[in-house]
Design a protein around this ligand. Structure first.
Ligand code: HEC
Length: 508
C-alpha cells in the first residue's frame, strides 16, 4: 500500500483508484518532482487545461445557437449576444480564453526550456508545441464565424494568403473557399475546421499525451511522486481558481468584439484579436507571395524548430538550451514587437483611434439594444431602413440607394470596396445607382453582365477587375438583378425582386 500512489483518502477516490487506471496514468504523466519557483512555474499545465476546458464548454454552448450560413450567422451571434441568457459572457469567455491560450502555451514552453525538460520529457515538450499550432489554427478558423465586418475581412485575408501560397496556392484557395467564390460554403468550411477538425486534433493530441506517452516510474519512487502530486495538485487548483475568476471578470468588463454587418461598414476598421496582431502588422509591409510565405512560414518555422530542438540536439544539453532560448526569443520577440507596433500605430494615428473609439461606442450601443429577429420574408426591407434606429447605422450607410433587395454577398465581398456598400460609389469609383436609367448609361442587363465579366473587353477602364472566373453564373445573375433594382425608375425595377429572392432561397 505504501508503495502506491495515494492521492487522498476519500471514499470516492479510493474507489476510482481501485477501479480505474487513473493512478498509473497520473504517475506516468508526472515529471521529476520540483519545489519552489519551479513547481509553481509548472502550473502552466493546469492553466492550459483550464483554458482548453473553457474553450470546449463555451464552444458547445455557442454551437447550440449558432448557424453557419452567411444569411444567418450574424443574426445568430447577435442573438447570442443580446437574447441568450449570459450569452455575451459565454462568448467573451470563449474569446478571451482563445487569446490567453497561446500566451499560456508560450509561458509553458518557456518554463520547459528553463527546466530543460524537453531533453527528459520530449513527449510533453512536443505536445506543448503542437498545441500552440493547433490553438492558433482554432483561433484563425473561429475568427470567420460571426460573419461580421471583422470576420469577412479576416476571411478575405486568409483566402488571399492561401491563394498567394507558392505552388499549392490555387488549390488551397479553392479548397478554403469551398468553391469559386466566398459563400455560405466557405463559412461551412471554416465552421467544420473550427468545431470538428481542430478540436478533434487537440483531443487526439491530449489523449496521446495522457495514454501513450509518459515515463514509467520505479515502484520504489512512487511515494515520493505521490507526495509531490498532492502538493502540485493543490498549486494547480489554486492557479486554476484564480485564473478562472480573472477570465470571468475580464469577460464581464471587456466583451468579445462584434463588428457591424459587412454591408453597413464602409468606414469600419477591422482589427484582429491580440493573438493575430503580429500577422496584421506583417501584412502592412508585405504583399502577394511574400506575405503568404511569411504568414504561414513564420509560425511553421517556429513550431517546427521547437519540435526539432528536442530531437536534433538531445545529447548536447547546453547547446539545446541556447538554441531553444534563442529560437524562443527571436520568435516571441518578433511577435511582441509587431504586436506592440500595431497597437502603437493605431493609438498614434488620430483618425484611426477616433474611428476605433467610435466603433467601440457603436458596439456598446449594440449591446444595450434589444434583439431584433431577422425577417426572412422577401423582399426584405433594406438594411439601411432596418438600421436607421439601430445602433450600428453609420453615416456611410446613408447611401442613395433605395433598393428593397438585400445586398448580395458576392457584392459585399467583391464590389463594395469600390462601388460603396450600396452602390453609392466611392471617392474614386463610380456609383451604380441608376445605371440602368441614367441618360449617359442606360445599361442593359447584358451590358452589366459584360462589364462584370470583362470591363476591358467592352471598352471600360481596366481599373475594374474582371470577374469572369471569380464568380459563378448564379452570382453574376444575382448581381445584375440587384444593380437593376438600384434604379427604382426602371420599369422592370419591381420584377427582379421576386426572382432574386427565389435564387437566394434556393441557395440557402
Ligand atoms: C477596383 C475597383 C472596382 C471593383 C472591385 C469593381 N469595380 Fe465596377 N467599376 C470600377 C471602375 C473604375 C468602373 C468604371 C469603368 C469605366 O466606365 O471605364 C466600374 C464600372 C462598373 C459598372 C458600370 C458603371 C457605369 O457607370 O456605367 C458596373 C455595372 C460595375 N462596375 C459593376 C461592378 C460589380 C458588379 C463589381 C463586383 C463584382 C465591381 N464593379 C467591382 C471599379 C471597380
Amino acid at each position: 500500500m505504501a508503495a502506491e500512489l495515494e492521492i487522498n483518502r476519500w471514499g470516492i477516490t479510493n474507489w476510482i483508484s481501485r477501479e480505474t487506471e487513473i493512478k498509473p496514468i497520473i504517475l506516468r504523466l508526472l515529471d521529476e518532482p520540483g519545489t519552489g519557483v519551479s513547481a509553481w512555474a509548472r502550473t502552466t499545465s493546469g492553466l492550459i487545461a483550464l483554458l482548453l476546458f473553457v474553450q470546449f464548454a463555451t464552444g458547445i454552448l455557442l454551437a447550440f445557437h449558432y448557424v453557419p450560413a452567411t444569411a444567418n450567422a450574424y443574426t445568430t451571434v447577435a442573438f447570442i449576444e443580446l437574447a441568450v441568457r449570459d450569452g455575451a459572457w459565454i462568448r467573451s469567455m470563449h474569446y478571451h480564453s482563445s487569446v490567453l491560450l497561446p500566451i499560456a502555451l508560450a509561458a509553458h514552453i518557456l518554463q520547459m526550456i528553463f527546466r530543460l525538460s524537453f531533453t527528459k520529457n520530449s513527449a510533453a515538450w512536443i505536445f506543448g508545441v503542437v498545441l500552440l499550432g493547433l490553438v492558433l489554427g482554432a483561433a484563425a478558423t473561429g475568427y470567420a464565424l460571426p460573419w461580421d465586418a471583422r470576420a469577412i475581412n479576416g476571411v478575405n485575408i486568409a483566402i488571399s494568403l492561401a491563394g498567394n501560397t507558392p505552388i499549392a496556392g490555387g488549390f488551397l484557395k479553392t479548397w478554403m473557399m469551398n468553391g469559386n467564390a466566398i459563400s455560405t460554403l466557405t463559412l461551412s468550411r471554416f465552421y467544420g475546421l473550427h468545431v470538428w477538425i481542430v478540436p478533434m486534433l487537440i483531443l487526439t493530441a491530449a489523449a496521446m499525451r495522457v495514454f501513450i506517452f509518459g515515463k514509467r516510474k520505479d515502484a520504489g519512487d512512487e511515494p515520493r511522486y505521490a507526495a509531490w502530486a498532492r502538493s502540485q495538485f493543490t498549486r494547480n487548483a489554486l492557479v486554476i481558481g484564480i485564473a478562472f475568476l480573472a477570465i470571468s471578470l475580464l469577460s464581464v468588463v471587456y466583451p468579445a468584439p462584434f463588428g457591424p454587418q459587412a454591408a453597413e461598414s464602409s468606414t469600419y476598421l477591422p482589427r484582429p484579436g491580440p493573438q493575430f496582431l503580429w500577422l496584421f502588422e506583417m501584412q502592412k509591409y508585405t504583399d502577394g507571395t511574400l506575405a503568404a510565405v511569411l504568414a504561414m512560414g513564420f509560425p511553421s518555422v517556429v513550431i517546427g524548430g521547437l519540435i526539432a530542438a528536442a530531437f536534433l540536439l538531445r545529447r548536447r544539453v547546453d547547446l539545446v538550451r541556447i538554441a531553444a532560448i534563442g529560437l524562443f526569443t527571436v520568435a516571441f520577440g518578433t511577435v511582441g514587437v509587431l504586436t506592440a507596433t500595431a497597437i502603437y500605430q493605431d493609438h498614434s494615428d488620430a483618425k484611426i483611434s477616433e474611428q476605433l473609439a467610435k466603433q467601440e461606442l457603436d458596439e456598446s450601443k449594440f449591446r444595450a439594444s434589444v434583439f431584433e429577429p431577422q425577417t426572412q420574408m422577401p423582399p426584405r426591407p433594406s438594411k439601411r431602413e432596418e438600421n436607421d434606429k439601430g445602433p450600428q447605422s453609420s453615416d456611410a450607410v446613408l447611401a442613395s440607394s433605395s433598393s428593397p433587395m438585400p445586398v448580395p454577398s458576392a457584392y459585399e465581398v467583391n464590389c463594395a470596396k469600390c462601388h460603396g456598400e450600396r452602390g453609392e460609389g466611392t471617392a474614386k469609383f463610380p456609383e451604380l445607382v441608376d445605371v440602368t436609367t441614367r441618360d449617359e448609361d442606360q445599361l442593359t442587363p447584358d451590358m452589366i453582365l459584360a462589364i462584370i465579366n470583362d470591363p476591358k473587353a467592352v471598352g471600360r477602364s481596366s481599373k475594374m477587375p474582371s470577374y469572369k472566373n471569380k464568380l459563378d453564373d448564379d452570382q453574376k445573375q444575382e448581381l445584375v438583378e440587384w444593380i437593376k433594382s438600384l434604379s427604382p425608375k426602371d420599369p422592370n425595377g419591381e420584377t427582379p425582386h421576386v426572382q432574386t429572392a427565389s435564387i437566394q432561397d434556393q441557395k440557402q
